[in-house]
Design a protein around this ligand. Structure first.
Ligand SMILES: C[S@@+](CC[C@H](N)C(=O)[O-])C[C@H]1O[C@@H](n2cnc3c(N)ncnc32)[C@H](O)[C@@H]1O
Length: 148
């Protein structure tokens, strides 16, 4: 599988994703902070999964993921959408990246994002061409699995 993880931070989920995709899969991580990507790279090396992870530094104007259009099986957007200036653009780019049948887990922290605000993000996702697959219960989060 190919997984796209925007805003991985220090890679709390990335190492597990890299283990899950296996030696023939890849995880593309995209962040605006080089420091996060450097820490993530060190942790991936120690875990022996660095070959499955491709890190991209972006400036904040998008994920720079045009080359992945239609190639991604799963997107993990964990606790990062509320930091984006352009949620609509992000959702459109995510939609383009996914393969038919691909899914995206969107999860936002309850402390930063109200249910109303999360619902607005889901409305934008519907406008971008996603359907809401499910609303999983994740502790301290507002979460949805989006499908195309
Ligand atoms: C709160 S951290 C979440 C880290 C990780 N997903 C987790 O849950 O442990 C948010 C991350 O999103 C990144 N970020 C913020 N704006 C971004 C953007 N426009 N594109 C990519 N990453 C971004 C930040 O640099 C940070 O690493």
């Amino acid at each position: 599988m190919t997984v796209l993880e925007p805003g991985p931070g220090m890679g709390f989920f990335t190492l597990e994703l890299a283990r899950m995709v296996g030696p023939r899969g890849r995880v593309v991580v995209v962040d605006i902070q080089q420091k996060m990507l450097d820490t993530l790279a060190g942790r991936a090396k120690r875990a022996g999964v660095q070959d499955r992870i491709e890190a991209r530094l972006v400036s904040g104007g998008g994920m720079g993921a045009d080359d992945l259009a239609g190639k991604v099986d799963f997107i993990l957007a964990f606790y990062m959408v509320h930091e984006l200036p352009d949620r609509e653009g992000f959702l459109a780019e995510s939609r383009r990246a996914l393969k038919p049948g691909g899914k995206m887990l969107l999860s936002e922290p309850v402390g930063h994002v109200t249910e109303k605000d999360f619902q607005e993000t889901l409305d934008l996702a519907l406008k971008a061409g996603f359907t809401i697959d499910s609303r999983p219960v994740i502790r301290r989060s507002r979460s949805a699995v989006l499908a195309i």
